[in-house]
Ligand binder design. Structure first.
Ligand code: FA5
Length: 344
């Protein structure tokens, strides 16, 4: 019987080791260790043996059973580990994988590029950059700029009002000039600052107008600043931005917040001054207004005009972008056709 048991144990151990998967192992386990197994049959035969043989064989049977059970546990652990690895491999999701081609990278809009470039040029000339709110009140946008209520010059800026506070007291700023006021309130002179931003007017869109557009304001306040400094600064800016072939000129004009005031023109970049359709055969293109800061503006912010003088200017950023890139219709910038935008 001992021999029979040893043979049985060896066979059972081989079958356990050979079980290919968990179901197979379960079947082998029932077969070799279950109630109807040969091992159980052998145990049933113990009753017919004499006490010594019964003890010896009983002990061997218990050992064999314990070893086979341990073998089943070990094989099960192996098979479970293999099954788990296979499951992980089958369920693996590669979240870094893209099946569609990577989308093309975009770039900054031409107006943003132009604004950045303008800031760079002025920072190179020693200016700082400041910003102000797009929703303003009447005082900043008009009154502090020497445009009291019912001043006829208010008609120069067709204003969009916001439904807040007293009627017509809160508005979308019509120019970046209110930021001049905020800068002068915040910092004591000397001041050398540019102030870019978005502005709003009740203008109908056409080749040179948009109801929402962008300006860059400039403000210098220091001792002994003259109109010659203004002209020199704008000429230095013109060649830094457009190249040395393009020059500027100042033409008498009127703004309530500057005295004297001027329009800033540059040589037409399309015909370089010889005259074309874009410049209406004049050879010049108008880019913005400028002038010496009016004493009433200094008074509004508490700067002594006897001690300090200054100049200011305000250019249309969108129009500067058109000029620099030879585009002849402002609306092209805002239609947002990528075929147009990706050229810049
Ligand atoms: C002003 O807005 C003054 N605040 C400029 C100024 C600042 C003068 C400081 C003196 C001292 P004006 O309304 O002319 O000025 O506008 C300035 C520039 O903004 C124009 O020359 C033009 O380049 C641009 N601009 C005006 N209206 C539009 C519009 N609807 N669409 C696009 N650009 C415009």
């Amino acid at each position: 019987m001992i021999e029979q048991l040893e043979q049985l144990q060896a066979d059972a151990a081989a079958r356990i080791a050979a079980a290919a998967d968990l179901d197979g192992l379960h079947a082998v386990e029932i077969d070799v260790l279950g109630k109807r197994s040969t091992l159980t049959d052998l145990r049933k035969q113990l009753g017919g043996l004499d006490p010594d043989e019964r003890r010896t064989l009983g002990q061997r049977l218990n050992d064999a059973k314990a070893q086979l059970e341990a073998a089943v546990v070990a094989r099960r652990a192996d098979l479970e580990a293999t099954a788990r690895t296979a499951q992980l491999a089958a369920e693996r999701l590669d979240l870094t994988e893209r099946l569609d081609p990577a989308p093309a990278r975009g770039h900054l809009h031409l107006v943003t590029q132009t604004r950045d470039r303008l800031e760079d040029v002025f920072v190179g000339l020693g200016f700082t950059v400041a910003e102000g709110p797009e929703v303003e009140d009447d005082w900043y946008n008009f009154e502090a700029l020497n445009i009291p209520p019912s001043h006829p010059a208010r008609g120069m800026w067709d204003t969009l009002y916001v439904d807040a506070g007293e009627p017509q007291s809160v508005l979308l700023r019509t120019h970046t000039s209110p930021v001049q006021i905020r800068v002068m309130q915040d910092v004591a002179p000397p001041i050398y600052a540019v102030m870019p931003g978005r502005v709003y007017r009740r203008d109908t869109a056409d080749a040179s107008h948009m109801p929402v557009f962008h300006q860059i304001e400039g403000l210098v306040v220091d001792r002994g600043i003259t109109f010659a400094d203004l002209a020199g600064t704008l000429e230095a800016f013109t060649s830094a931005y457009f190249g040395s072939a393009i020059h500027s000129r100042l033409r008498p004009s009127y703004f309530p917040f500057t005295e004297p005031s001027a329009e800033y023109d540059i040589n037409c970049v399309f015909c370089e001054g010889s005259g074309c359709r874009t410049c209406a055969q004049t050879g010049w293109l108008e880019l913005g207004g400028c002038g010496m800061v009016h004493p009433n503006v200094f008074a509004a912010v508490g700067i002594d005009p006897e001690e300090w003088s200054g100049f200011a200017f305000g250019f249309g950023i969108d129009r500067l972008a058109l000029m620099r890139h030879g585009v002849d219709d402002l609306r092209e910038l805002f239609t947002n056709d990528v075929r147009f935008l990706r050229q810049f």
